[in-house]
Structure formats: C-alpha cells, structure tokens
Design a protein around this ligand. Sequence first.
Ligand code: PLP
Ligand code: COI
Length: 382
Amino acid sequence: MTDTLADSRTSSRSFSEGVPLVVEDVPRRSTTERTRLLEDPGFGRYFTDSMFVARYRTGEGWYDARLTAYGPLQMDPSAATLHYAQSIFEGLKAYAQPDGTVATFRPESNAARFTRSAARLAMPPVPEAAFLTAVDALVDADRDWVPTGPDQTLYLRPYEMAVEPFLGVRPADEYLFIVIASPAGAYFPRGVQPVTVYLSEDYIRAAPGGTGDVKCAGNYAASLLAQEQAIAAGCDQVVWLDAMEKRYVEEMGGMNLFFVLGSGADAELVTPELTGTLLPGITRDSLITVAREQGHPVTERKVSVDEWRSGVADGSITETFACGTAAVITPVGAVKARTGDFPVGTGEPGPLTMQLRTHLLDIQHGRVPDRHGWLHRVASAA
Ligand code: PLP
Ligand code: COI
C-alpha cells in the first residue's frame, strides 16, 4: 500500500455514498510473466497486480477507498486483529465467459453473508453495494489475470479486520476492508478424485451460540489441528460433527456436504440442515436449486454418522460429496473413524455428483443459460 497520490485519479465510481473510488496506476507484470503464472496457478499461490483497500473509523465511517498496487500492509503491532482475531472474510470467483466478458457468481450472496459475519464479530458492515463495487473494480482492473484454461478462475478474497492499535478487549474503532485476487486452478491437487475423510471426535468446529455460521478467521485457525490429525491418519480432509452429541455430520473442512439416496432419475439428496453451527454455503444453496430443477428432491435435515454408515452398507446412500466455492464439488470416497472405517460409493466419483458438478460449472462458465440471474457481469469484452 502506498500513501502517494502521485499517479492516482478519482474514478467516476464511488465506493459508497460520498466516498470516491481512487484508482492508482499500479506496476504491472509483463504478459510473459503473467502467462507463465497462469499456466499452473494452483490455489492461493499467486496474486494479481492490484488490490482494493478502504478504511473505517468510528464516527467517520468508510473513507479512503482505493485500488492500489498489491503489496505488504503496514500496521501497528498492537492492531486488534493480530491479538483478538476480529477479522472476517469471503471467497468468491470470477469466471471468463465464452463471449470474452468476465462474471462473478452470486456476489450479492457473499456481500450479504459478509454483513452477517460483521454483525457477529461486532464489526462495522461494509455496505453491500460497496462490497460489490470493490470486487467489480478489482476484477475490472486486473481482468488480464482471469485465466481461461479449463475450469480455471480468478479467486476473490474480500476481508475486513480490526486495525486499531489498542490492547483492550472491545470492538475496535478502526478497520480495513481489503479485496485481493488470486488466479486458481484445482483446489485439490488430485482434481476431482474422491477424498478420504476423518471424523473429528477430539475437536469441534462450532458450538451453538458460537461463530460456526459466519466466516470469521478464528474458525479456520481452530480447525487446523483437526485437519493435521486427519492428514496424520492418512486422510485428505476432516469431517466435523455436532458439538453436543458428536453424532450428526455437519461439514467437511471448508465445505458443505450432500448425501445421495438411491440412484438414477429417482435419486434424492439430503444435506445437513443449517442448525446455526454450519456455514450457509452459497454453493450448497445453488445445488439445492439445481438438483430440484433436475427432478431430484432435496431434504435439509440432520444426518447422523450411524445413518451414513448403515446407509452405505445397505446401499441406500450411494454417493457423498462436499461443495464450496474454492473446491466446487469433491466426491467423498472413504471415511475413517475411531468407531470404524467405511467406504463410500465405488471409489470413483458418483454419477449424480459429476452431473451436478458439470452443470454448476457450466452455469458459472456461461456454457448453459443462467436462468436464475446468478452471474454478475463485471468486465466487458476486451
Ligand atoms: N463451509 C465452510 C466452513 C466454508 O469455509 C465454506 C467456504 O466458504 C463453505 C462451507 C462453502 O461455502 P460457499 O459455497 O459459500 O463457498
Ligand atoms: C471457499 O470455498 O471460498 C473457502 O473460503 C474455503 C477455504 C479456502 C477457506
């Protein structure tokens, strides 16, 4: 971030009412360098040339909104977020469209969830229109970084954190709202191969009254040890159970879960209901709609580990998959648990899993009509 206004100009856009959006001239990497990085971006390794930053102070509201060069932040060592994790984030993607434009997927839903996360962490909300303006402005500025390879995207990470230099435990009076962007290929290096999951019986992700239904940084810090335990047990991902009875399946790592009952045209889906301890995923919500449209009933209810295990054994549960923005849809192939391991499905991605995955990606990449108005055009054709 830089304080120099030398090469900056105020765009015709405002971030929010009375707050102009300043666009700085940022140094850009060469086409050769960008092309090289976009060849195999992986997930979250490389970042685009620009970032969006706005500041907030109690009494003043949001101010100093700017697109600036991507780079290190300076903050006071006593900044509240560094001590008490008053910090929230979102994750969404921009997709290159066949006509050369770029679109994000349901960004209003991310903006709305960001508002709910801010409220839970006693943080000032970013006005939802301002959230969209910031995301759009960054994608537009760095549209050359939207990759066009198969299923490649530009992953967008809006976040807000408390930066007031103060060690007292209370909501801070100063915040930053930042959006960064990172070209993305597959989230899991093995692509769409089924993952093996580990039921976390020692640790929980979320308890009633906690922060499980919002996207705050602390949720992810608290998940890392269980994820390490899963890896030590030879698994790819941790599956979280409910905190009270350790009986019901809630989520997988940073993804929601679906279970397929039956097969073929009559297959039905079940997904754990949003009890207040699960994150209401936008992919989850989209898949509920898409599956119902394809004639597959979807029920939101509690699913116990016992039901999962016995359903797989008697053949009534035929597939299980996880879904989220970063990883799209990932099949679950096997479960490890202290109470006994069990396989799920055939070891190959299930047919309904793949059908829904293909259809969702087709909508996001503009290969089939967007009947729900889920795509939000950001950058026009070059
Ligand atoms: N659950 C958790 C804990 C997550 O971090 C995410 C990712 O954002 C999801 C579920 C999936 O949510 P979405 O589909 O909105 O990306
Ligand atoms: C996402 O799917 O966007 C997530 O936030 C999950 C993870 C990368 C934290």
